[in-house]
Design a protein around this ligand. Structure first.
Ligand SMILES: NC(=O)c1ccc[n+]([C@@H]2O[C@H](COP(=O)([O-])OP(=O)(O)OC[C@H]3O[C@@H](n4cnc5c(N)ncnc54)[C@H](OP(=O)(O)O)[C@@H]3O)[C@@H](O)[C@H]2O)c1
Length: 280
C-alpha cells in the first residue's frame, strides 16, 4: 500500500504552493495549507502561530514571504527549523532563489538542521508576468523597467511544483540542491514583445534607470520594505553574471524537459489574463 504523508505547505495558496498542495492532495496525501488565511493560521510575522501548523506534520514545503534575502529571513528560518524538529517533522523542502547569496545562508540552516531536506533553488518565475507585479503594467499597455537587456532563464511554476512534489515524496532527492531554470533566456524587452505578439496588443516597452524606477515606486507610496526588495532583486540577482545560466535539473528530476516560455504565453493568453483593461 502507498504510504500517506501529512504535509504542511507554507504559502499553499501562492504561485508554487497551491500547485504543490493540489498535486499532493490528488496523490492521496494529507495536506495542510499554511498561510495567514487558513486555520490554524501560519504567519511569518508571528512565530507563535507556527507550532499549531507544524503539529502532526511529517514533511514541510517552505515558501518564505516575501523573499529569503530580506533582513529577518535567516532568523525566521532558524526558528522554523527548530520548531519543526520539536514537532518531529522528518523532511523540509525549501524554495529558494537562484543568485541570492542571502537566500543561500537560509539554505545552510535547512541543510544543517539534521532533518532530511531538498533545496529547490529557482530562477525568476514566468508567472511574475501574470500573477505578480509585472501584470499591471502589461494590462495598461506600458511597461518601463530597468535591466532591460539582462537575459533571464524564466522557469514555470508548474515545473517548480512538480520538482517540489517529487522531492517531498521520494527520499532519493534527500540532500540535493536543485537549480531550476527554463530552457532559454529572455530579456524583459523580448518577454514584452512575445506577449504583445501573442495577445495582438500594443504594449510599449521603455528601458529606464533603476533610480527612476525606484523614484516612481516611492511617489506611488509603495512600502519601503518592498522597494528595498525590488532594488535588491534588480541589482543582486539581475546584476549577477550567472543569472543567465541554464541548468538541466528539471529534466534530471522529472525525466522531461522544462516548459518553454512560449507554452506559458499560449496558456496565459488562452486564459485571458492579459486581456486589456476596459476603462469606462
Ligand atoms: N517570484 C519569483 O520569481 C521567485 C523566484 C525564486 C524564488 N522565489 C521565492 O518564492 C517564494 C514565494 O514568493 P512569491 O512572490 O512567488 O509568493 P507566493 O508564493 O505567490 O506567495 C503568496 C503565498 O504566501 C502567503 N503569505 C503571504 N504573506 C504571508 C505571511 N506573512 N505569512 C504567511 N504566509 C504568507 C499567501 O497567503 P496569505 O495571503 O493567505 O497569507 C500565499 O499563500 C519567496 O520566498 C521567493 O523568494 C520567487
Amino acid at each position: 500500500m502507498k504510504e500517506q504523508s501529512n504535509i504542511l505547505v507554507i504559502g499553499g495558496t501562492g504561485k508554487t504552493g497551491r500547485k504543490v498542495a493540489n498535486k499532493l492532495t490528488k496523490a492521496g496525501h494529507n495536506v495542510r495549507i499554511g498561510s495567514r488565511s487558513t486555520s490554524p493560521s501560519f504567519d511569518w510575522d508571528d512565530s507563535e502561530t507556527w507550532g499549531h501548523a507544524l503539529r502532526g506534520m511529517d514533511k514541510v514545503y517552505i515558501t518564505f514571504q516575501p523573499d529569503l534575502a530580506v533582513p529577518g529571513a535567516l532568523a525566521a528560518i532558524e526558528e522554523l527549523t527548530k520548531q519543526a524538529k520539536r514537532a518531529d517533522v522528518k523532511k523540509l523542502v525549501l524554495l529558494s532563489g537562484k543568485g541570492e547569496p542571502e537566500a543561500e545562508l537560509c539554505e545552510q540552516v535547512v541543510i544543517h538542521s539534521g532533518l532530511a531536506y531538498t533545496i529547490v533553488r529557482a530562477s525568476w518565475f514566468n508567472q511574475n508576468f501574470s500573477e505578480s507585479f509585472f501584470l499591471e503594467p502589461i494590462l495598461e499597455g506600458f511597461v518601463a523597467l530597468p535591466q532591460a537587456d539582462v537575459k533571464v532563464p524564466y522557469v514555470d511554476t508548474d515545473d517548480i511544483a512538480d520538482v517540489a512534489v517529487e522531492a517531498l515524496l521520494h527520499n532519493k532527492h534527500d540532500g540535493k540542491i536543485y537549480q531550476l531554470t527554463g530552457p532559454r533566456t529572455l530579456t524583459f524587452r523580448e518577454v514584452i514583445q512575445e506577449i504583445a505578439e501573442a495577445t495582438q496588443r500594443d504594449i510599449a516597452f521603455t528601458p529606464i534607470a533603476l533610480s527612476a524606477y525606484i523614484h516612481v515606486m516611492k511617489e506611488q507610496g509603495v512600502p519601503a520594505d518592498f522597494i528595498w526588495l525590488i532594488e535588491y532583486l534588480f541589482t543582486e540577482v539581475l546584476g549577477n553574471p550567472n543569472t543567465a545560466e541554464i541548468t538541466n535539473d528539471i529534466e534530471q528530476v522529472l525525466g522531461r524537459p522544462p516548459k518553454d516560455f512560449s507554452e506559458y504565453i499560449k496558456e496565459t493568453t488562452t486564459a485571458g489574463i492579459w486581456n486589456p483593461l476596459v476603462t469606462n
